[in-house]
Write a protein that binds this ligand. Structure first.
Ligand code: C2E
Ligand code: MG
Ligand code: MG
Ligand code: MG
Length: 277
């Protein structure tokens, strides 16, 4: 039996596997260093009320400024961060960074917009998540309405008792909760009536070519109607074209985010473009 296992093991480790494992080991080693050395950067992307063109909030999106490689997209390191648990200190960094920025703006006398932070389900499902948020708000003397949280459908489907308690505590703090990538999870819609949520962000995949692709149009229209009946805010993600914009406005979906309005950018750029002048 052991012999057989040995042979299989030997077969598994062909040359390409070795390279892949080696690369992921390096990535993990570098990611640990990145957390210690704070090699991350927060980019902000505006969310707008498309009727008025006003920026109503921003989403904070993490970037890794790797000392050798340069800027790395979260799509490349979030999966490993989730796997290794490094997503927890990384998320902690991001939340602090966002609070710091809000305080800086307040002290500079700039108008504050709420900043929305993506929360991994690993962190969201821990019992002390709302406590971390409360302590942060206290530390930075910030009102809860300036911090928003994005979680995915998968986060909310796991432990109903913990989720209910966490959502209640966040609501008490005035922190708004949005379902991110809405429509892509495997979940039923039951959770929409079970939990007190503030809104949904319709996934970019449904918004793409919405004005010419009738399947996407029907799905999006249905999602908007449902959300509105449930008194939830609806935000369309990934709006890139005039056609998508006007289709959404016709459906009474006014809140949007996407390259059409602005790409995620460094914070000083965000400040200059959207908060000043
Ligand atoms: P997400 O939360 O759904 O964020 C939206 C993603 O869509 C961002 O990608 C944004 O740059 C991109 N995007 C926005 N508008 C458009 C558009 O018009 N067209 C296209 N093609 N893309 C658009 P990004 O920044 O690469 O982030 C990818 C994902 O990584 C995020 O998806 C989120 O799930 C995760 N992520 C980013 N930052 C954090 C973080 O601080 N913590 C955690 N846990 N996850 C994060
Ligand atoms: Mg998001
Ligand atoms: Mg997401
Ligand atoms: Mg999304």
């Amino acid at each position: 039996k052991a012999k057989e296992l040995g042979r299989n093991m030997y077969q598994m480790y062909d040359a390409s596997m070795n390279v892949k494992n080696y690369q992921s080991l390096i990535l993990e080693r570098d990611l640990r260093k990145a957390i210690l050395n704070e090699e991350f950067i927060a980019y902000f992307q505006p969310r707008v009320d498309a009727r008025t063109g006003k920026v109503t909030s921003a989403e904070a999106l993490i970037r890794w400024n790797h000392p050798q490689v340069g800027l790395i997209s979260p799509l490349e390191f979030i999966p490993l961060a989730e796997e290794t648990g490094l997503i927890i200190p990384m998320g902690k960094w991001m939340k602090k960074r966002v609070c710091e920025q809000l305080v800086t703006w307040r002290e500079a006398g700039l108008p504050l917009v709420p900043i929305s932070v993506n929360i991994s389900s690993q962190r969201f499902l821990q019992k002390n998540f709302a406590m971390e948020i409360r302590e942060l708000l206290e530390e930075y003397k910030l009102e809860g309405k300036y911090l928003e949280i994005e979680i995915t459908e998968n986060s909310i489907m796991k432990n109903e008792e913990t989720v209910t308690k966490t959502l209640r505590e966040l609501k008490e703090l005035g922190v708004k909760i949005y379902i991110d990538d809405f429509g892509t999870g495997y979940s039923s819609f039951n959770y929409l009536k079970t939990f007190h949520l503030d809104g949904v962000k319709i996934d970019r995949s449904f918004i793409q070519n919405i004005s010419s692709e009738s399947e996407n149009a029907s799905i999006t229209t249905a999602m908007i109607k449902m959300a509105q009946h449930l008194k939830l805010d609806v935000i369309a993600e990934g709006v890139e074209t005039e056609g998508e914009l006007s289709y959404l406005l016709e459906q009474n979906c006014n809140e949007m985010q996407g390259y059409y309005f602005g790409r995620p950018c460094p914070i000083d750029e965000f400040e200059n473009k959207y908060l000043k002048g």
